[in-house]
Design a protein. Structure first.
Length: 348
């Protein structure tokens, strides 16, 4: 009997405590931190910095807010990062199997976002692409400082002096231009003599292509790759030029799968070039498809040109030339392959 009374009193006591205890509050750890405080994205391309906030077992959701944006050089307030941009955002998944530009366009919508945005539920940061990124302070400028507030019902943490130091826009990669100075990259064979230098160029991969002059194999640096924006449309053209700057007929690359070379449409092939209507950027997003580098993470496109001929000894040979690249700025682009030594397409 005494045991039953004791148990009853214990239960009543617990109920009373619950009745009068305050509601449970969320927990926000003082050791919850951003794993990254300095951001140096390249302008002109949408860049996501994800999973940069460590909650340290804090209760979620946590609300994030960026404030007190200022120039690092003088501490003066800045509204640059708040500039509203009209940007393309995927509303349904890109697969790489889309059959037309219209099908791709139907999967994207235009939204308005600040140029540098913190996602309020995750603390992720996004730099949004913009047609004209000149309003940003760019390196070598020291860029911007900003503070971030993280809040839940358990409290508020403030993270001060986070830094954004954008690199200047590189419309395509590989790029021969320096992302800080904007000048063409150069090698200095003699570090003590700055007047003597060799300008750097982009080169494709080359395999089993013969020099038509001496029957030796061409090396990668025998071909220069130039990217040229010739208009404001939405196309991509491939051209091949010999050592005299005369066009090489693309049909000579007779094993190239022109209809599936890249995710483009309405192919037009002439004796001087091959053109496609495309959606930008290329690739459209970081996602592995048949059109991206086979050894990459889906962030770069890949094209391969090949041809066959009869070599010495009546053996059939296959020559290939490939390029891994990205183009971020919409336009009518040309990729031009300049051969410093002419390739041999003819049979022996």
């Amino acid at each position: 009997m005494k045991l039953k009374i004791a148990i009853l009193l214990f239960i009543i006591g617990i109920a009373a405590c619950r009745k009068w205890a305050p509601d449970d509050l969320d927990f926000l750890s003082k050791r919850a931190v951003f794993n990254q405080k300095i951001f140096a994205p390249t302008l002109g391309r949408t860049t996501l910095f994800s999973q940069v906030f460590n909650t340290d077992n804090s209760s979620t959701p946590i609300k994030f807010r960026m404030f007190n944006v200022r120039y690092k050089s003088n501490g003066q307030p800045s509204t640059d990062l708040d500039k509203p941009l009209q940007v393309l955002v995927w509303k349904t998944t890109y697969t790489g199997l889309e059959k037309s530009l219209e099908e791709i366009a139907a999967k994207r919508v235009i939204e308005t976002h600040p140029a540098w945005e913190i996602r309020p539920e995750s603390g992720d940061f996004v730099l949004w692409a913009e047609a004209d990124s000149s309003f940003f302070r760019q390196q070598p400028d020291s860029g911007y400082l900003f503070d971030v507030e993280a809040t839940n019902s358990g409290g508020t943490n403030v993270y001060k002096d986070m830094s954004l130091m954008p690199l200047r826009e590189l419309p395509y990669i590989p790029s021969e231009y320096d992302p800080i100075t904007g000048k063409q990259k150069a090698q200095y064979p003699n570090p003590a003599d700055s007047s003597s230098f060799i300008l750097q160029y982009n080169h494709p991969g080359i395999n089993n292509i013969t020099n038509d002059d001496n029957n030796l194999d061409l090396k990668s640096d025998s071909v220069r790759v130039l990217f040229h924006k010739k208009g404001d449309g939405s196309s991509l053209t491939f051209k091949f030029m010999d050592k005299d700057s005369l066009p090489i007929d693309p049909a000579k690359f007779n094993l190239t799968p022109w209809d599936s070379l890249l995710h483009g449409f309405n192919k037009v092939m002439t004796s001087t070039e091959v053109s496609y209507q495309v959606a930008y950027p290329i690739p459209l997003m970081k996602y592995r498809t048949r059109y991206t580098s086979p050894n990459g993470d889906g962030s770069q496109a890949y094209v391969k040109f090949s041809f066959t001929r009869i070599g010495y000894g009546n053996f059939r040979e296959t020559g290939t030339m490939d390029l891994t690249f990205s183009i971020y700025k919409k336009g009518d682009w040309e990729i031009i392959f300049y051969f410093r030594n002419n390739p041999r397409f003819r049979d022996e």
